[in-house]
Design a binder for this molecule. Structure first.
Ligand SMILES: Cc1cc2nc3c(=O)[nH]c(=O)nc-3n(C[C@H](O)[C@H](O)[C@H](O)COP(=O)(O)OP(=O)(O)OC[C@H]3O[C@@H](n4cnc5c(N)ncnc54)[C@H](O)[C@@H]3O)c2cc1C
Length: 601
């Protein structure tokens, strides 16, 4: 069975050396005084909880799965509900929440690494609370004072959990097709709070839609009011609790939302993916009528960053186990001469192809951690920096980077899990290794919260072209400043020269797409996916060059830092050259895609 040890050394390297977290936190009045010792203490406790409480349940959840009874009650796998209650009692859901609602007010920077650990340990289990935090963020921004008073402390404590109810059978990516109806209820003693609506419809694929972990479940449901405009302009967001809250904040009458069945699926068997029936269910508007999408986007953007953490966590766990296996498994001899002549064969780590797989996983995973941690740092800056201009700039960068975190961390995370399985050979295909579970579990992350194809369209269409490259300019400016600062550093040439070339190409090709898109509406759709990957390379190349510089500057680099430098060199030599192919694909335009006749597929 796989094991998991939290990569605390790398987390500290990224936070304190690469991103200078202590210096940054000192500029945020809300977080002044949060020092390295505090952060270390939280990370160490989270690491212990992840590997001793959560990880042992990962295989159990996969094998047992969930069960539903005739009344729609769902039983989660053995140990899940107990671990969830300990998670709440130990204060993990409260970590970065506002103290006004019972939170601990710690930086998102810490929360983000903690959630990476819990995802490494058991993604399916963490998903019982995963969307609670996104629901929390949505209610903080769009909830009424009363909704905040009743619901937020319960979400923060973990006593109640949250879901996101968007998808219907005929409506996935295109939310304008939603049919669930909401009608005002005139006078309803049963509802408990005024302003209730009655919701009717069926939602499918609802993660943690029903379970036995929390006392109550708050469903955030998209539905249409009578006479609503067609499409996404006519969608409203409702809060539909499983149990109606009592006046004193307790659990009251059962509401008309129930799980009808569980989906049978490829992975994350420990998480209940439910078909949810709403039958005259009581709900309350979040935000204004017909303006559900902006509120839902707050939830979705938070969830998209969370999905990136799911795959980063899975990839880290798979990679750790593959590295350990490659050190241990004896097959064949090193081409350059036997390394362990006293044994029947050498460990497979001597073979270049095995090294290629492991270094690819390491480049994607450690690069992904650096990116995710930077975005978490930007989130703290966007919320707590005293200067409004600094906050706005951080928000713009987060908007640009969110589709990259969601799509690239999940694509590259899945690639890493797959490579880790390959390192195990046939043993990777056998359940005991844990690698096949990881490949199955991590696969969904590329699909939900907006497929990765949709993330690419969001990046290129909304985030890059829509503001004529203003947000992109913020990113390019940072990369340019770094490259300039390395002038005269001959030892950085191997990184800075290709980085500067890529920087120029990204600027050029972005302008070309903008120009061509005006003439042909398919230009953006054709370029989007390779463009997202190209921009990912720019960000990773920049972060890897910065990590290489830290390793080069160390007076006596240890194995960890030497490994950083080796991985940076591997990334530049083996992975970054893909950017030339991506540029060619982008520049080929939509012609070859759109000229293929439908009958010819
Ligand atoms: C295990 C699991 C858990 C889930 N959890 C939740 C949940 O908690 N809440 C919830 O509401 N939903 C949930 N979902 C649903 C998930 O978000 C959707 O499956 C996803 O958004 C895609 O919708 P779809 O499956 O209908 O695919 P479709 O929208 O039919 O898309 C099919 C394909 O077409 C592509 N495509 C569609 N439209 C376009 C376009 N305009 N341009 C380019 N390409 C396009 C897509 O990228 C995709 O490759 C879950 C799904 C699963 C499997």
């Amino acid at each position: 069975m796989p094991t998991y040890t939290a990569p605390l050394r790398d987390m500290r390297f990224v936070m304190f050396d690469l991103l200078e977290a202590e210096k940054e936190l000192a500029t945020l009045p809300r977080h002044v005084g949060i020092d390295r010792d505090t952060i270390d203490a939280v990370l160490e406790e989270a690491a212990r909880f992840a590997s001793t409480v959560v990880q042992p349940l990962n295989a159990v959840g996969d094998i047992e799965g969930c069960a539903i009874d005739a009344d729609g009650n769902v039983r989660t796998p053995t140990g899940f509900a107990d671990a969830y209650r300990r998670f709440g009692a130990d204060g993990w859901p409260a970590l970065s929440c506002d103290p006004a609602y019972g939170g601990q007010g710690l930086p998102v920077l810490i929360n983000n690494r903690v959630y990476e650990m819990f995802n490494s340990a058991n993604q399916a289990w963490l998903m019982y609370s995963g969307l609670s935090h996104s629901a929390y963020e949505c209610l903080v921004e769009f909830g009424t004072d009363e909704q905040k008073r009743v619901y937020l402390p319960k979400l923060v404590s973990g006593q109640w959990s949250g879901t996101m109810c968007l998808t219907e059978a005929q409506c996935g990516t295109d939310l304008g097709l939603i049919r669930t109806r909401a009608e005002p209820v005139a006078d309803d003693a049963h509802a408990g709070a005024p302003g209730a609506y009655s919701l009717t419809g069926t939602k499918i694929f609802i993660s943690a839609g029903e379970h036995d972990c929390a006392e109550n479940i708050l469903h955030l449901v998209l539905a249409r009011l009578p006479g609503a405009p067609a499409g996404t302009r006519g969608i409203s967001l409702f809060l539909v609790p499983k149990f109606l809250p009592t006046a004193d904040g307790g659990v009251g009458a059962r509401n008309g939302i129930r799980a009808a069945s569980l989906e049978h699926k490829m992975g994350i068997h420990g998480n209940a993916t439910c078909v949810m029936n709403l039958d005259n269910a009581r709900g309350w508007l979040i935000g204004e009528p017909h303006k559900g999408m902006p509120a839902m986007f707050v939830m979705m953007n938070s969830a998209r960053l969370g999905v990136g953490m799911q795959s980063l966590g899975q990839a880290e766990m798979a990679l750790q186990n593959a590295i350990a296996y490659a050190r241990d498994r004896l097959q064949g001899r090193a081409a350059h001469g036997a390394q362990q002549p006293d044994r029947p064969a050498d460990p497979i780590l001597v073979h270049p192809d095995v090294r290629r797989m492991l270094l690819t996983g390491k480049a994607w995973t450690e690069g992904g951690r650096a990116l995710a941690t930077w975005v978490a740092q930007l989130t703290d800056r966007s919320r707590a920096h005293p200067d409004a201009a600094v906050r706005t700039e951080a928000e713009e960068l987060i908007a640009l980077l969110t589709p990259i975190v969601k799509a690239s961390l999940t694509d590259l995370g899945h690639e890493t899990c797959n490579l880790a399985l390959q390192v195990f050979g046939g043993h990777g295909y056998i359940r005991e290794s844990g690698m096949e579970q990881c490949v199955r579990d991590a696969r969904i992350n590329m699909i939900y919260e907006g497929t990765n194809g949709i993330q690419a369209l969001d990046l290129l269409g909304r985030k890059v072209l829509h503001d004529r490259g203003a947000r992109l300019g913020l990113l390019l400016g940072r990369v340019r400043d770094f490259a300039k600062a390395q002038a005269g550093e001959a030892r950085m040439d191997e990184f800075v020269a290709p980085l500067a070339t890529l920087l120029d190409e990204v600027a050029r090709v972005s302008a070309e797409i903008g120009r061509d898109a005006a003439a042909d509406p398919d230009v953006v759709g054709a370029a989007a996916t390779p463009y997202l990957r190209l921009l990912t390379h720019l960000v990773y190349a920049w972060l890897w060059a910065r990590m290489a510089r830290l390793a080069l500057d160390a007076p006596a680099p240890d194995a960890f830092l030497r490994g950083k430098l080796a991985t940076a060199r591997f990334y530049y030599a083996h992975l970054l050259p893909e950017s030339a192919a991506l540029l060619a694909a982008i520049r080929s335009g939509p012609q070859t895609l759109m000229s293929a006749e439908a009958d010819g597929f």
